[in-house]
Design a binder for this molecule. Structure first.
Ligand code: ADE
Length: 270
């Protein structure tokens, strides 16, 4: 991830907030009094929605991947989030990406429902490619067998969020590692990988957004609010739906505080 200090010398002026669910996005659209862009910069026919406007000195864009054209549900997960992140960066050239959303939390790592986390790093837990580096291959056949290098690490896709020590301190947010996969539930293999990733929170978009932001050298931060406890007794989908509205409110408040903090700051001051 591009360190926050490297991107530009001036104050941050343009922000893209990637949010997967309409329920999560609307409180912020209302808070910042954003308007839907009816002449969207995205390709004709895609369901992706851009809300935009000016709040304080910042040009704010909320990008919501919209609803599945056939099934009418929010386009959650890594495929849509990476596509909209790419398209939004290309069209809007933001100074900073914020990926905001709900997440599962591990009580073993101190998470509780309603906590809001600023992720320190992000990785995938469902891209298992068990072909590790072989020193034998590495030293003797690297030209011919470059495909054997580190597929396992490529699958994990670990990336640092840009470091924001002042933001963390000032807002008194929790911090922890975020693990991303394309399922709301968790197989035993996912669970092992989440533990191996040393994650405190689990979502369905973060590492995909991080991949694209890293590729295009845009600093990114990840604000995640806990709706359910993945190592608890309650069924995940029930707990998620039960807490979604209340936790979305906490998420909106946290993102507003983050935006208020960012206003008039340079990357290096975050
Ligand atoms: N978003 C909210 N809860 C989640 C969970 N348990 N897994 C992935 N994404 C989530």
């Amino acid at each position: 991830m591009a360190p926050c200090g490297e991107k530009s010398e001036g104050a941050i002026s343009s922000i893209v907030i990637i949010i997967a669910m309409q329920t999560e996005a609307m409180p912020l659209v209302n808070k910042f009094e954003l308007k839907e862009d009816l002449e969207s910069p995205f390709p004709k026919g895609v369901p992706w929605v851009r809300y935009h406007g000016t709040y304080k000195d910042l040009h704010i864009n909320i990008i919501w991947p919209g609803k599945d054209l056939a099934l009418g549900v929010d386009n959650v997960g890594t495929v849509s989030s990476s596509l909209v992140t790419y398209a939004a960066i290309q069209a809007l050239k933001p100074d900073l990406i914020i990926n905001a959303g709900t997440a599962g939390g591990l009580k073993a790592k101190g998470a509780s429902v309603g906590d809001v986390y600023l992720a320190s790093e992000v990785a995938f837990h469902d891209r298992r490619i068990p072909i590790p580096v072989s020193f034998f291959f590495f030293f003797f056949f690297r030209t011919y067998f470059s495909c054997f290098y580190v597929f396992d690490l490529y699958g994990v896709g670990l990336r640092q969020a840009c470091s924001t020590p002042n933001l963390l301190k000032e807002l008194n947010l929790k911090t922890g590692k975020l693990s991303t996969g394309d399922s709301l539930d968790m197989t035993p293999q996912d669970e092992s990988s989440i533990i191996a990733n040393d994650a405190t929170v689990k979502d369905m978009e973060g590492a995909a957004v991080a991949y694209v932001a890293d590729l295009l050298k845009v600093p990114a931060i990840f604000v995640k609010a806990v709706t359910d406890i993945i190592d608890g007794d309650k069924p995940t989908s029930e707990e998620f739906l039960q807490n979604l509205i209340a936790v979305t409110k906490a998420l909106g408040e946290a993102v507003t505080r983050v935006i208020d903090f960012i206003s008039e700051k340079r990357h290096s001051e975050l």
